[in-house]
Every structure is written in structure tokens, then in C-alpha cells.
Write a protein that binds this ligand. Structure first.
Ligand SMILES: Cc1ncc(COP(=O)(O)O)c(C=O)c1O
Length: 498
């Protein structure tokens, strides 16, 4: 009997968790299978012409998987057909205000500037792709120059990968190969992406899925631990005590082993944590004292979210050695990210490779979109608009926090804010990975019923609508949220508005 027949006879053994179960080999041979490919005729109908019933039937017959949620969560997703301004519309005509700019990335809402559309189509016609390692393109040179003009200090755009996680992977590899050291320190309350190293640098529980065992990553507490306060009577003393703690940790890890300290400028998914005065300056000083690179992750805050071009510009005198960005770089019309660094780091890699890359690094069509997107942001003074909206945004954040007893506190900067929800006993905040309560499920439903769409990270409620949102739409969004918070108050047992 041939080996294949023998295997077929006993069945394949596939391990699933701790159990063993046998499975027959597939009953067709892909090599000799002569089945003609027959595709549904409706594939040839224009996009937008499938009926709601057709989409529903197809999505039941051809299930897809979700990423951060179980696959079955897809059954609750609305079918979104189009967008306009800060609004999205589903196939039943229901309108939603995009309350978190999707994953804090559709910074210009859902109308793509004509110049971006034109640039993408012109680039596709003229030169859709050249592999970054094989040829230069005009658009790459132009974006590099523009980025050099936008980036603070002497930071230079190094590489243009596709996702925030990839930009961080490259930032981590750069730091390690530049310093010849291995460890990366980052915070428990942080998110840096879903690939191996970016995930290992991440502090929240998403790291547990795949990257907890990746060596070389050390977690520290930033000034926002959940269940205790740093020692000290006031903020300044607490900042000093958290910096002393960090310094002791650096010494225990061995400064000669630490390549970088990695931090978001303002911790985004973790709850819009704005570092108190002196903290980022203190981290910078520790990096300088011990020869450690400072890597600031601007994936969420970059390109205007906080009312400055980059989030770290909110901290007087702080300059990173490595800066990563994504999302707002293209306002999410196409995947693109960036790893920027100092001239010294760039110079170092003149004679040695970074040691990482990908096929689509510096994809010309993506660069063309980003180039026009950035010019549009500058031309329309998007950051000026964010500055103008910020006090109105803050006013409503404060008002809702005052009105709703389930809200313990809020933070806001630019058009970026977050409420922390507390339980009726005053216990909270809880960790994000703890199961969402029934009360929260009611809130999520009412959020949608009230015409909002957004990311939920209970017990944090993020507010991050598109940066070009009008005042009228901003107020409308807060009114819709206000009604949803009434539901949350009630569901959590708070009977009266404050
Ligand atoms: C601060 C930060 N870094 C990195 C990432 C990962 O970006 P991406 O999802 O594009 O890989 C995110 C995503 O939300 C982020 O918020």
C-alpha cells in the first residue's frame, strides 16, 4: 500500500486543543480535478446593484471571519452602502454618524477629496506599481520632501509600509539594529498593532492572543495605572514618582540591554490618556541618560487628531528618535503607514539594511493618495478647524460627564475624547478584557438605534468623529450620545440624571 493510501486508510490526525480527532482526506484531488469554474452571473452587475436579500443570502452562504471578535459577530454588522460627510448609510437607508471615525482613521469623513481620487487614478494609469527595491518614483520623492517639510525637527520619513503595526515592526527592528540592544519597554495601557512584535509591545490584552511569549519586551506602568495612584500629593509628585519607578525598572532591566522606550503620544485605544506635564519630558531625559531611543507611536494621533500635526507636539521640548504613523496619513482611503527617524538613524542604515521589508512598501498609488491627502489637510487648514472645534468638543464631554451618573470622568484633547464608566457601587474602571456586561450590550444597541456607529471599548467610551466635522454635526453626535447614555445609566441601575 502506498504511503498516501495508508494515510488515507487511517485518516489524518489533526490536533484541536487538547483533543485528537481524525479527519478523512479531502475527497477530491486539486491537481487532477477538472471541475470548470462557474461563477454567479451577478458578479457582472455593477457594484451597488445587489439587493439586500441577495447580499444577505450570499453572506450566509459564504461566511467570512472577523479578527478581534468571534466570527459570529458578523451577523450583527450592518451592510454599509455609502457615506457622506461624517455620516454612513446602511442598505436599509439608516443613517449613522461616525462617532469614532471608524478605527480613528477616516479623519476626513466619507467624502474623498477630488484631488485624492484624481491622483490615485492618474497614478494607476501612469505607473501603478514599482517595487520599492527596484525603482524610484517621482511620487515617492515628492512625498518624502513634503514629509520632511511637515515633520518637526530633523525627523525624516524613512519607509512607507502599509499598516500601523508594520510601521512599528520596522521602528522596533530599526531601534534594535541601530543600538545593538534588544529590549523594548512599553506600557501596560497601550496598543501598538497586531503583528508579532507590535503586539508584543502592546500592553492591553490583545497581546495575549499571539505575542505574549515573544522575548525582548518589558511592560511598565505609565502614570495611569488602573487600581492605584502613584505616590505623591499632587500631579507633579505623582509624575516624579512614576518616573522614578521607570528609572528603577530601566536599571533592573539593564540600560545596556534596552533599545527603545515605545509610547503612544496620547494613549488612544487605552482611553485617550494625555500624559501629565513633565512625564514625556522625563521619559525623554531617561532615554538620553541611558542611551535608549524614544519611539513615539503616532498611528492614532498623527495628522491632526489632537489639534497639533502630531500628538507629541503637545509636550514642550519632546522629540522622538523614531516616530511611526498611519491612519491619518491617507485618511484611510488606502492602507499606508510611515516610519520616520532622525538623520543619525537614517545614516546608520546607509551601509546596512534595516532587516525588514514588504512587497508593498512605498506603493506608488498609496503614496499618491497620501501626498494629495496631506496637501488637502494643509490647504484646508484642518488643524485650525480641530483647534476651533476643540473647546466645543470639550464642553460637551464635560456636560455629558456631569449629567450622567454612570460616567466617572473624561479626558479630551482636540477632537479626541474618552469617558470612563463606573458601576453603581463606584467600582471601576475595570480592565478592558473583562466581559462586557448586559448593561453595555443595551448601551451598544441604543448607540446604534440612536444613529451612531463606532468602536466600543467598554468601560471606556471613545469619542473621535472625523476631524472635518461641522459644529452642527458635532452637537448632533453628542445629542445622540446623550440619549444612548440615558440607556446606559438606566441599565447600570442609576435611576436619575445628576
Ligand atoms: C497607537 C496605535 N498603534 C498602532 C496601531 C496599529 O495600526 P494598524 O491597525 O494599522 O496595524 C493602532 C491601531 O489602532 C494604534 O492605535
Amino acid at each position: 500500500m502506498s504511503a498516501a493510501a495508508e494515510i488515507a486508510n487511517i485518516g489524518r490526525r489533526v490536533t484541536k486543543g487538547a483533543e485528537k480527532w481524525s479527519r478523512a482526506l479531502p475527497n477530491f484531488n486539486a491537481k487532477t480535478n477538472t471541475k470548470r469554474i462557474v461563477i454567479d452571473e451577478s458578479h457582472f452587475k455593477p457594484m451597488g446593484t445587489w439587493s439586500a436579500e441577495k447580499i444577505q443570502q450570499s453572506r450566509v452562504e459564504n461566511p467570512h471571519m472577523q479578527t478581534w471578535t468571534p466570527g459570529s459577530a458578523r451577523h450583527n454588522l450592518p451592510v454599509i452602502t455609502h457615506g457622506e460627510g461624517s455620516y454612513l448609510y446602511d442598505i436599509n437607508g439608516k443613517q449613522y454618524l461616525d462617532w469614532t471615525s471608524q478605527a480613528v482613521c477616516t479623519n476626513l469623513g466619507h467624502d474623498v477629496p477630488e484631488s485624492v481620487v484624481q491622483a490615485a487614478s492618474q497614478q494607476m494609469r501612469q505607473l501603478p506599481f514599482v517595487y520599492g527595491g527596484m525603482g524610484m518614483t517621482e511620487v515617492r520623492t515628492r512625498l518624502n520632501q513634503l514629509m520632511g517639510e511637515i515633520l518637526p525637527g530633523d525627523l525624516r520619513a524613512g519607509v512607507f509600509p502599509c499598516t500601523g503595526a508594520e510601521a512599528n515592526e520596522i521602528g522596533i527592528t530599526m531601534a534594535r539594529r541601530f543600538t545593538g540592544k534588544k529590549k523594548v519597554i512599553s506600557w501596560y495601557r497601550s496598543y501598538h498593532g497586531g503583528t508579532a512584535h507590535a503586539s508584543a509591545a502592546t500592553g492591553d490584552s490583545r497581546r495575549w492572543f499571539a505575542a505574549d511569549e515573544v522575548p525582548g519586551f518589558v511592560k511598565a506602568f505609565n502614570p495611569f495605572p488602573l487600581f492605584f495612584n502613584h505616590a505623591g500629593e499632587n500631579k507633579q509628585e505623582q509624575v516624579e514618582s512614576s518616573l522614578r519607578m521607570l528609572e528603577e525598572q530601566i536599571l533592573n532591566e539593564g540600560p545596556d540591554n534596552i533599545a527603545s522606550i515605545m509610547t503612544e503620544s496620547i494613549v488612544g485605544a487605552g482611553g485617550v490618556l494625555i500624559f501629565p506635564d513633565g512625564y514625556m519630558q522625563g521619559v525623554r531625559a531617561l532615554c538620553d541618560k541611558y542611551g535608549i531611543l524614544m519611539h513615539i507611536d503616532e498611528v492614532m494621533c498623527g495628522f491632526g487628531r489632537t489639534g497639533t500635526m502630531f500628538g507629541f507636539q503637545n509636550y514642550e521640548g519632546v522629540m522622538p528618535d523614531i516616530m511611526t504613523a498611519a491612519k491619518g496619513i491617507s485618511s484611510a482611503v488606502i492602507p499606508l503607514s510611515m516610519t520616520a527617524c532622525t538623520p543619525e538613524i537614517m545614516e546608520h542604515f546607509e551601509n546596512t539594511s534595516i532587516g525588514m521589508g514588504s512587497t508593498y512598501q512605498a506603493h506608488p498609488v498609496a503614496l499618491a493618495c497620501a501626498y494629495e491627502n496631506l496637501k488637502y489637510i494643509l490647504d484646508t487648514d484642518l488643524i485650525g478647524h480641530v483647534e476651533k472645534m476643540a473647546p466645543i468638543f470639550e464642553y460637551y464631554m464635560r456636560r455629558l460627564a456631569e449629567d450622567h451618573p454612570c460616567i466617572k470622568q473624561y479626558r479630551a484633547i482636540g477632537i479626541f475624547g474618552c469617558f470612563d464608566v463606573e458601576e453603581i457601587e463606584g467600582t471601576n474602571p475595570r480592565l478592558q478584557h473583562e466581559a462586557a456586561t448586559e448593561a453595555f450590550a443595551k448601551y451598544a444597541k441604543s448607540f446604534s438605534d440612536n444613529g451612531l456607529i463606532g468602536l466600543h471599548r467598554f468601560p471606556h467610551l471613545h469619542c473621535a468623529p472625523p476631524l472635518n466635522i461641522s459644529e452642527e454635526d458635532l452637537v448632533e453626535g453628542f445629542n445622540r450620545l446623550d440619549r444612548s447614555l440615558d440607556t446606559l445609566d438606566e441599565a447600570m441601575g442609576f435611576t436619575q440624571k445628576r
